[in-house]
Design a protein around this ligand. Structure first.
Ligand SMILES: [Zn+2]
Length: 198
């Protein structure tokens, strides 16, 4: 398996190349290319796992002040990126059967610390390597669903101090705080943006 040098260095820091580290790396590189950099890109993840290590590393290459937010509540995505200058949201949902070990391999986990551990370990290690290889070699869209949304501030009505209803929850909000998500007027909560990104 050919591992990029930067990912190899991250792997040494972590101790091994986990599927989550590979996922974070591949998605981070995809987004870096998509926005031609990560300078103005907000990054959020649904879980605090090894993917964060890779995303933090890539993000720091572009901006020392960038940080990765871990969502506190349930989210409809696994990773979310917000490019403020263009108001572009990129959401990634992992396809589970392409990003997790097959059940047969996962079921070996209890055996790894038992008598037959040597055999279990060989199969488990092989399964892990196969998954990591696939994550590094296949295109990101083969193991993720990617969704792109436009998220803009409203141009009209801001000066007047008027208010408008959120189309999702019905709450009355100022034009200033409203967002237009693909033509749907939303309050900050329903916009799906992280609070730090407003
Ligand atoms: Zn709302």
């Amino acid at each position: 398996m050919l591992v990029p040098m930067e990912l190899h260095n991250l792997t040494l820091k972590k101790g091994y190349l986990s599927p989550e580290l590979a996922i974070g790396w591949r998605i981070g590189k995809y987004v870096e290319e998509f926005f031609a950099g990560l300078e103005d890109v907000g990054i959020a993840a649904a879980r605090d796992d090894d993917a964060i290590l890779a995303l933090k590393y890539l993000s720091r290459q572009h901006s020392p002040v960038n940080h990765v937010i871990i969502a506190e509540n349930a989210t409809p995505w696994d990773f979310l990126f917000f490019h403020a200058p263009t108001g572009t949201l990129l959401g990634f949902c992992l396809i589970r059967h392409r990003t997790q070990l097959p059940y047969g391999i996962r079921s070996l986990e209890p055996d790894l610390s038992r008598d037959n551990q040597a055999v279990a370990q060989i199969y488990y290690q092989a399964g892990l390597e196969q998954l990591v290889n696939a994550l590094l070699e296949q295109s990101v869209i083969s193991f993720c669903q990617v969704r792109q949304d436009r998220c803009r501030r409203l141009q009209a009505g801001i000066e007047s101090g008027e208010e408008i209803h959120c189309r999702s929850c019905g709450q009355l909000i100022s034009y200033q705080s409203a967002r237009d998500i693909e033509g749907r007027i939303c309050c900050p909560t329903c916009s799906g943006l992280m609070p730090d990104w407003h």
